[in-house]
Design a protein. Structure first.
Length: 138
């Protein structure tokens, strides 16, 4: 028996521009929720981000320092989200083992690692001076 091919994707047309705009948000939130539910690493990134924000509040980071912290956090979150996109696309295109599939997934995972290293470096630059002042200045 021939495997049945799924029907082609046809987006449902929205009645008006506002409807299309709001539906776009719904899809985007559904994507964010999917990554949080399915990716343990994403939950770890969020937890570390929240701890960093809390530490920033306690140590009195400046607005500019907070801006840098938020930019760095979003870099890590988006890297993890794109990593998930690549994993899903690779699994869709190549469910069997393929050397190119391996390279694609490894590079995507490498991008998350690079962004996480950046976050650690930024964290050190932001927090160490404040901790230093707190601990050693009288
Ligand atoms: N189709 C494939 N062909 C070749 N190698 C693959 C394939 N799928 C996965 N791999 C290899 O296995 C590794 C882990 O892949 P997997 O899809 O399990 O990602 P993961 O990092 O474990 O995902 P998650 O973030 O969901 O934990 C990839 O980095 C890649 O080296």
């Amino acid at each position: 028996m021939q495997p049945s091919t799924p029907p082609p994707y046809r987006p449902t047309p929205e009645k008006n521009a506002w409807g299309a705009f709001l539906v776009g948000f719904r899809y985007a939130f559904s994507g964010i929720s999917h990554v949080i539910r399915t990716q343990r690493n994403m939950r770890v990134h969020i937890a570390i981000g929240l701890i960093a924000v809390l530490a920033g509040l306690l140590l009195g980071l400046s607005p500019l320092e907070f801006a840098l912290l938020f930019v760095t956090m979003i870099c890590v979150f988006t890297a993890e989200m794109f990593n998930t996109v690549f994993e899903l696309c690779v699994d869709l295109a190549s469910p069997q083992y393929h050397p190119l599939a391996k390279v694609a997934k490894d590079v995507a995972a490498g991008a998350v690692l690079v962004s996480a290293i950046l976050a650690v470096l930024v964290g050190v630059c932001l927090f160490v001076p404040h901790l230093w002042t707190l601990l050693f200045s009288r």
